[in-house]
Design a protein around this ligand. Structure first.
Ligand code: PXP
Length: 381
């Protein structure tokens, strides 16, 4: 991992945000091949460090330690106590002040030093401003798009009208979701054509249509015009999508599907396993984006296997970003395993369905039973 963030303070520091910011800053500064270590400490610890290394026995906000050799660019130590105090004094959020300090520390590691004179201080300020505004322009945190297929699975179990994935999508967006994802399968086992048509009218954020690269589906996509299509492999017998698209093996047909969707002005994402040859083949098809399949990571049975899959996802996210692709990720992510992948800076969007719908069924059950009890036993039940 190019950037590691260590927390050695009891403040609830925004660890994921800082790690994503550090990695993006390294990329923006052309330093993505180097490594960076950021440590968040309290005032007692930064005072000790300031005394020991700079002979200044008082607290400060940030100290940078460049490394002379190896891949490590250096260490940045930030005092969360001082960041909080300075944020309050400047009427800004602590998160924003932490970002400013991270940028300041990084620009020091890049060889700039405001203490050398007015001209050096001016040059450093300009570099910091440029980096910070580029970072904020890109956005730091990933988007979350909710897959509502399994609301439709429950509806189809009775073949009726409820629960309606269109209403579920509205609730998900009102709760803050950045977009809605539906998979229109060839066998229409959950999402129906009607759902996609209505969602196109109602979704306020992004509507992603997952589909196989068939003539029928490309025709539907070109008519409905979702905000993006994710091409996935599809087998009739499977319970859920079982793996990434074999873009390398099917390069010519996938390239054709991508260009037909582009002709309809629809951006395309390819769902791929975290394997270099698949990501590189994806880039050759002209796709805009890849969605990295996180299923093997989610299904790993040991922590070693999970770590190995995680490393593959992180590495391939980097490869895809270097090839100029946007990077999404999804499949099998749940309340236990998501934070770790959410810290991978190159991933700009997560597509999560089953775990959220399963959680909603459990957390909503108490209320649902009480509502029915009132109907069966009266308002005093
Ligand atoms: N991404 C893709 C391409 C998928 O096929 C699915 C499942 O429909 C998901 C993400 C979401 O997976 P899950 O329901 O396990 O969160």
């Amino acid at each position: 991992m190019p950037a590691a963030v260590r927390v050695e303070t009891s403040w609830p520091v925004p660890h994921i945000m800082l790690r994503r910011a550090a990695e993006r800053l390294m990329r923006l500064a052309g330093l993505s091949s180097r490594e960076l270590c950021v440590t968040l400490v309290d005032n007692t610890r930064i005072t000790e460090i300031n005394r020991q290394w700079l002979h200044r026995p008082w607290p400060t906000n940030v100290i940078s330690f460049p490394q002379e050799c190896g891949d490590l660019l250096g260490d940045i130590v930030i005092s969360a106590d001082t960041a909080r105090k300075e944020a309050a004094e400047a009427c800004m959020s602590t998160d924003y002040r932490l970002l400013e300090l991270l940028v300041h520390g990084l620009v020091h590691l890049m060889g700039e030093d405001h203490e050398l004179g007015d001209e050096e201080a001016r040059r450093m300020r300009i570099m910091e401003k440029k980096l910070l505004s580029a970072l904020l322009k890109e956005g730091i945190m990933a988007d979350l798009c909710i897959n509502v297929d399994h609301i439709a699975t429950i509806r189809q179990a009775r073949g009726g009208a409820e629960p309606d994935p269109v209403i579920a999508a509205g609730i998900a967006e009102m709760a803050g979701a950045d977009g809605i994802v539906v998979h229109l399968r060839e066998d229409r086992r959950h999402i129906q054509d009607r759902d996609v048509r209505i969602l196109r009218e109602t979704v306020k954020g992004r509507l992603t249509l997952e589909m196989a690269a068939t003539d029928e589906m490309i025709g539907i996509a070109c008519e409905i015009k979702p905000d993006i299509v994710t091409l996935v492999p599809e087998k009739r017998q499977e319970l859920t999508t079982e793996g990434g698209l074999d873009v390398k093996g099917l390069e010519a047909s996938v390239t054709d599907a991508v260009s037909r969707l582009h002709e309809c002005d629809i951006p395309v994402s390819l769902f791929v396993d975290p394997e270099r040859e698949q990501v590189e083949a994806a880039a050759r098809t002209g796709t805009d984006c890849v969605e990295i399949h996180t299923g093997r990571y989610a299904d790993a049975l040991t922590s070693e296997a999970e770590e190995k899959e995680f490393e593959a996802i992180a590495a391939m996210a980097g490869v895809a970003a270097d090839l100029g692709l946007r990077v999404h990720a999804g499949h099998g992510l749940n309340y236990r395993n998501t934070s770790k992948v959410a810290a991978i800076a190159e991933i700009s969007e997560f597509s999560i369905g089953h775990a959220i719908i399963a959680q909603a069924a459990i957390t909503g059950l108490d209320r649902a039973v009480r509502d029915m009890l009132r109907l069966v036993k009266g308002p005093c039940a």
